[in-house]
Write a protein that binds this ligand. Sequence first.
Ligand SMILES: Cc1ncc(C[n+]2csc(CCOP(=O)(O)OP(=O)(O)O)c2C)c(N)n1
Length: 527
Amino acid sequence: MNGAQALIRTLAGGGVDVCFSNPGTSEMHFVASLDAVPQLRGVLCLFEGVATGAADGYGRMAGRPAATLLHLGPGLANGLANLHNARRAGTPLVNVVGDHATYHKRFDAPLESDIDSLARPVSRWVRRSARSADVAGDAAEAVAAALGPPGGVATLILPADVSWSEGAEPAPPVPPRPPSLVPGAVIGDAAAAVRGGAGHAAALPSGAGCVILLGGDALRRPGLEAASRIAAATGARLLGETFPARLERGAGLPGLERLAYLAEFAQSQLAGTQRLILAGARTPVSFFAYPGLPSSLVPGGCQVHTLAQPGEDVCAALASLAERVAPDARPQPQAAQRPALPGGELTAETAAAVIGALLPEGAIVSDEANTSGLWLPAATAGAPPHDWLTLTGGAIGQGLPVATGAAVACPDRSVLALDSDGSAMYTISALWTHAREELDVTTVIFSNRRYAILELELQRVGAVAGGDAARSLLDLSRPDLDFTALARGMGVPAARAASAGEFADELRRALAEPGPHLIEALLSPPG
Ligand SMILES: Cc1ncc(C[n+]2csc(CCOP(=O)(O)OP(=O)(O)O)c2C)c(N)n1
């Protein structure tokens, strides 16, 4: 057996059943081996950023890694931005990067580059397989490293001669580590913080001044329900991290307000907090630095308590905390509630109401709506239960690929990709994979024909720019993008909506029919 065959069998044996691929010459033996191992499904992506983003979406939903197959340093470089997002999401992902044959590298052929250095910043584990006899063992370790906990990107660099040489055999899976349990003393410390700490005024509910910031796995049902019990019993306030990898929400689950993106709003959400408990979330910081604003969002004088670190079982920690401070409390479920279908103009606000009115039960939403997404959380809060996946690392071009991977991971669920026009263009070729794989993804493009957030940021950072040269760098018109033509050109049926009513009709139709669809929502400028 050659190295590539042993690698693929080992990945499949370790539960990796899909490989989002954009191969080249050095990966041909990997490609050739796929027919012999039907347990590993190869999915062609026409750009590496689609492959890495799709593997992220898959890993977030499946809870186990997909593989990628990328072509040397340049292929990896094309995929880096979405590997960065995956790293921020804590997604398990096995990133296979082909390389030249070991003996060919010293000739410095045109595609030669420093793959290891490119991989390291986005990877929690990097290994270069040296011999075909090693590759299966390396692959088994890569799967375990990707699973963590916490999950992350494991990059396996695969020289072409390691792939094609005989003498390999599959390796058994390496058992992943279980998450560490949070020590009782840490739970006790958090319990004291929730109960009010020293100097607590008896007239106030014990949790007054306390915020529990939930992130990571705490945003799945068990974590949310435990946190909700704590909040119900003590008056502590719950907030979710700004950009969750995966948030379970909707009717019947505890509702959760997220920390705002804009630092000024986040500051006002956290104002008056005396005790901040981090449950799977990082210490909140401003997304960017702004002149005159602090980087840390922790209010002055507020004590920060970490309930669970990355890699620790945050849901078990929240459950233990709930048993201590809220033994009799019940989680507070969000009531079922949908907005009425609006008429009139199609704006970001009426579009959100349409989505809230029609979102199917069990939907997976890939949210890269940016400024057009402002009204989505409120409009969908009481919709039937669904998952919400967001732009974890701020590198735009994630939304369509994450939807691709989520749809491959969950073929029985409806996937809704909500994408702003500028972001969609980075990885627009994901639509071709939606069509090729017949994925049930409905893509909504919020077409405002601008980089609207950057118009706002221009003012917020205090840059003085009123001229046409500056404006033209934030403007997506001249020519106007025709997303319906782009979609049809890649095999995805598409329609345009210019009013709230048209958008509702098109969304209803797209959600009812299997397979991919695209709706270009031509937004009226905000009034
Ligand atoms: C990889 C990457 N490149 C560039 C940026 C900078 N950037 C942030 S938002 C944005 C434009 C977003 O425009 P669009 O997706 O149309 O959303 P809108 O702001 O109009 O809602 C850009 C270019 C980024 N965040 N990530």
